[in-house]
Design a protein around this ligand. Sequence first.
Ligand code: SF4
Length: 145
Amino acid sequence: MQAEPLVLRGHHVLCVLGFRGYGYSEQFVAGMRAIVNRLRAAPEMMVELAVGRDLVCLSCPHLVGEVCKKRGAESGEDTAAHDRRVLDWLGFRVGQRLAWSAVLDMVRQTVKPEDLPNLCRECEWSPLGACEEGLRSLLNGATVK
Ligand code: SF4
């Protein structure tokens, strides 16, 4: 029987590439690490692309109810807009299910490191360079780095 897909919000597709063990709390880092490791170990795993709260958010201290409150009241809409922007860029639709490897193939085809400052303009992690480094690594042949 096909396992349920791993639900991943649009902008977290790029966060997975840039994860270097940093995050909002110990619980968040452990949760994110577990998800990144699952994807690394099984690139054929099915994912379901989402806008809004996903598996990563569930271990995040900024999740209040079902909504991201990282930057206050506007954050839920801002992060959802970030999800939609990334999904649109990749040519995916909300709710689409496909193998993680197929998501990575599309990232390889459509995203360049110099696109990230615009694609992830509201994210405070983006200027640190880890996401760019992760993307370069993917473009150089890694599965998820
Ligand atoms: S900061 Fe917001 S979008 Fe990011 S993991 Fe936390 S709740 Fe989810």
